[in-house]
Design a protein around this ligand. Structure first.
Ligand code: ADP
Ligand code: ZN
Ligand code: ZN
Length: 807
């Protein structure tokens, strides 16, 4: 085997294939598929993945590989094949598929080291290598390479004396963070603020912001401060110079889950319903059979215990398990439950980890030091080689779909891996996606049902309040009479309330009450959002900013104001109406700091507040016995999005939120405020009637020819020139039309729901099909031809197979 086929890191249509290179003599036998190598490519040197070895190349004159980047493969055979499959399914470049499976540390700038394995001594190495390891157990790759000992040390890596470590190039060895503290407080600070010259308004704002943020002795990381306030580093510097800010380099806050002991838990005796549900899963594990289960269990029905005991069986077989949870519910509570049962066998992968920490966790998997991975979407690629089960909790969550290339859905990848390893997949949810439930109804998945709550308690009673009616009765507050009274009652009884405010959709825009004018971004065709801190209007897509108008630019009316309610405003209102109530607010503003999410939840769990007020981040996973009331301030913000899944998302969210109440002894109650009480998604969520919702929504989907009746693919074009994008979109759609079968429906081209982003016009074409054998080939041709013809002229095409974002 003298030749290696390599996928090079040059993401383009023309280079999306393997290139052959010869293997230099000293590396013969040591370069294997799944390793990364450095190869010459045109005038450059680039990275690439070896996918195959051959005796001979296709052309006679081949260039040699420059050097290997890894000494052990980073992708195994299964993952290499998965890369091919992803490329085909999502129409991405193969290099993007491979890279998406590796931890970020291996994509970033890193340095490589050789390190003696635990308990190995330098004396165990060949003589010529020993001297390198006498001073330290770690030696830089460069040093060994320059001395010409790479091939020699490779043998040691193979036989387990030495390992290769990747360290992300960080500034210092310890992770530190630059933080600033207020140097003064109270009246002294106020005086200082007043004494600043009027032109120093940015500095004043910053000081005020810092004095209002109360956590952490008022210190804050500079990067976070900049992110939260939009301040510049020069403003911060001048405050440091003036002695108003103290600046310190501090060691970074470690991940909250690491170095922590978890109380050991033992398997619970399953209820009859749980036993019935788990039996077929255990059977597939025992019989080494692949099957996809849909575990449909109402909130609080004990799904997690089923996951835990299935994993236990898998571990007993000597196999490994992957558990996917949505990032947002990767809460300490969730992690506790897995670490508590399986202790140090568990690796946790979540976005709160630094790149280096994520790499550490990934390495534990690769080195087989752990058996269970709990993580968000990309954990589905965990490089286990003896996989026994993959569990996807909250399978309906759209965060399982990656919204950039490769646009994969973790569910599809999981099922692929399940087939490869002949092991079961469990999809769990209280509100399964229509797609999954329909598949279960057809017998493609096996349905497992838990329809009783653990405490045998009833699901909380839900009452719907028509906010139009409240307005007619003269109640202008954001609280209906009913919700307010119930809230008061809980505070008197010492029980807890969760108040939920959905901020997806357009939350805080400015509208003229006289003519209906809404302030829009001049570049993006989307309404500007009000930002409290800068007291200005900002575009979420391009960052455009302007001041808040005093009069309506359209009709000059003065009745132009800020609409929609932020959590901040709700908190103010509660403080006004119920001054004795203690509120914990959880939203992006209060949870940017690492660990703050957990801190706030723990405080609430310990009863340090009466009300937990928050956005969707509180909808999931909360399990506190004292919560007896859940209030949804406005149920309809999501209903009006231009998305065929709007009703489904509304139903899911309302069900999730309601599930937070009455999970233990105390009965729970839910109040849902809405302007559209008659909508079936709201009504059926209040009745906890998933089945009827499913029936009704299936009718709607059938009428609209949407999934699960049809598959869809969304093609979006964007260009700065409107005429051009319209013209190309027309040509493109007729090309697609000419290639598709009769039964396929092609909508468009039409302007996208957000027709312009960053001054680029966006047109889209939606393809709906049941079976379309020509689809992949057609879209590939499209990418190939149009990319070649127009890419240099500024056109971008994006193709999303099974899209979850319709905008
Ligand atoms: P779900 O994930 O379906 O919302 P959970 O797994 O959170 O439900 O279960 C709800 C509660 O019931 C948890 O506190 C859990 O510890 C408890 N529980 C689950 N199974 C059992 C069991 N077999 N016996 C006793 N308690 C259980
Ligand atoms: Zn107006
Ligand atoms: Zn904009």
């Amino acid at each position: 085997m003298n030749v290696a086929s390599v996928i090079v890191d040059v993401p383009s249509m023309q280079t999306d294939r393997t290139f052959d290179y010869t293997i230099p003599n000293e590396w013969k036998g040591n370069i294997v598929p799944g390793m990364r190598v450095v190869v010459p490519f045109g005038p450059r040197k680039v990275q690439g993945f070896v996918t195959e070895l051959k005796a001979k190349g296709e052309v006679s004159k081949l260039k040699p590989i420059v050097e290997p980047m890894d000494l052990v493969p980073v992708l195994n055979g299964e993952l290499l094949a998965l890369g091919d499959w992803l490329t085909e399914k999502t129409l991405c470049f193969k290099i993007s598929a491979f890279q998406s499976m590796l931890p970020a540390a291996m994509k970033a700038k890193y340095e490589k080291f050789f390190s003696l394995e635990n308990q190995k001594k330098p004396e165990e190495l060949p003589l010529s290598l020993q001297r390198f390891f006498h001073k330290s157990r770690e030696v830089s790759w460069k040093v060994i390479e320059e001395s010409g000992f790479l091939p020699l040390i490779h043998k040691e890596v193979k036989n387990g004396t030495v390992e290769v470590l990747y360290k992300v190039k960080a500034k210092g060895k310890k992770k530190t963070v630059r933080k600033v503290y207020l140097n003064f407080s109270g009246s002294q600070l106020h005086q200082m603020i007043e004494d600043l010259p009027p032109q120093a308004s940015k500095q004043k704002e910053l000081l005020q912001y810092m004095s209002q943020s109360t956590e952490d002795e008022k210190g804050m990381a500079v990067t976070e401060l900049i992110e939260a306030t939009g301040a510049t580093s020069s403003t911060i510097k001048s405050l440091v110079k003036k002695g108003l800010f103290l600046e310190k380099n501090e060691e970074m806050y470690r991940d909250p889950f690491l170095n922590r002991t978890f109380q050991k838990t033992s398997p619970l005796t399953l209820t009859p319903q749980q036993s019935e549900a788990i039996t077929p899963v255990l059977k597939t594990i025992d019989e080494k059979e692949h099957k996809t289960f849909l575990l449909y269990g109402v909130t609080g029905s004990g799904k997690t215990e089923i996951y835990l005991q299935s994993i236990q069986r898998v571990l007993k077989e000597g196999k490994e398990a992957i558990v996917l949870v949505p990032e947002i519910s990767l809460t300490p509570q969730m992690v506790h439950r897995f670490k508590g049962r399986f202790g140090n066998d568990v690796a946790v992968l979540h976005s709160g980890l630094s790149v280096g920490e994520k790499y550490d966790e990934w390495r534990k998997i690769q080195r087989k030091e752990v058996k269970v991975v709990v993580g968000a979407r990309s954990a589905v690629y965990a490089p286990f080689e003896n996989l026994g089960i993959i569990i996807i909790d909250e399978e309906h969550e759209t965060s399982y779909k990656q919204e950039e290339n490769p646009r994969y859905h973790a569910r599809d990848v999981a099922i692929y891996r399940g087939q490869y390893h002949q092991c079961p997949i469990i999809l769990g949810s209280a509100t399964p996606s229509l797609e999954s439930f329909a598949r279960a109804a057809k017998g493609v998945y096996e349905l497992l049902t838990l329809d009783k709550r653990m405490n045998n308690g009833d699901l909380p009673s839900v009452s719907i309040v028509d906010m139009r009616e409240e307005l007619r009765k003269g109640n202008r507050s954001m609280f209906s009479k009913e919700l307010f009274e119930k809230l008061q009652e809980r505070i008197e009884k010492g029980e807890q309330t969760v108040l939920f405010l959905n901020r997806r959709g357009h939350s805080s825009f400015i509208m003229c009450r006289d003519c209906g004018f809404v302030l829009q971004c001049p570049n993006c065709d989307i309404s500007l959002t009000y930002h409290r801190f800068s007291d200005g209007m900002k575009c979420h897509y391009c960052g455009y900013e302007e001041g808040v108008p005093n009069t309506c630019p359209e009709c000059l009316s003065e009745h132009i104001r800020y609409f929609g309610t932020g959590t901040q405003k709700v908190e103010e209102e509660i403080n006004k109406l119920l001054p004795s109530a203690r509120v914990i607010r959880m939203d992006v503003d209060t949870t940017t700091r690492k660990g703050s999410h957990e801190k706030l939840l723990t405080a609430f769990g310990e009863g340090k507040a009466d009300i937990l007020l928050g956005t969707q981040m509180i909808a999931k996973g909360l399990d506190f016995p004292n919560i007896t009331l859940v209030g949804v301030l406005s149920a309809d913000t999501m209903l009006h999005l231009p998305d065929f899944r709007a009703a489904e998302k509304t139903f899911q969210l309302l069900t999730q939120v309601s599930g937070r109440a009455g999970r233990h002894q105390l009965p729970g109650e839910v109040v849902v405020q809405t302007y559209t009480p008659e909508h079936y998604s709201i009504e059926l969520a209040s009745l906890h009637d998933y089945n009827r919702f499913y029936q009704q929504e299936m009718v709607m989907r059938k009428m609209g020819s949407y999934p699960p009746f049809y598959f869809i693919t969304l093609v979006t074009l964007s260009h700065e020139d409107l005429m051009k994008v319209v013209d190309i979109a027309e040509k493109m759609s007729s090309f697609i039309r000419s290639r598709m079968s009769e039964a396929t429906i092609i909508l468009g081209p039409v302007a996208s729901p957000i027709p312009r982003i960053k001054n680029r016009y966006r047109y889209q074409c939606l393809i709906k099909y049941k079976r379309e054998p020509n689809l992949t080939a057609t879209l590939k041709t499209l990418l190939d031809q149009y990319q070649q013809q127009y890419a240099s002229k500024g056109l971008t095409i994006s193709i999303d197979v099974n899209p979850y974002m319709m905008m």
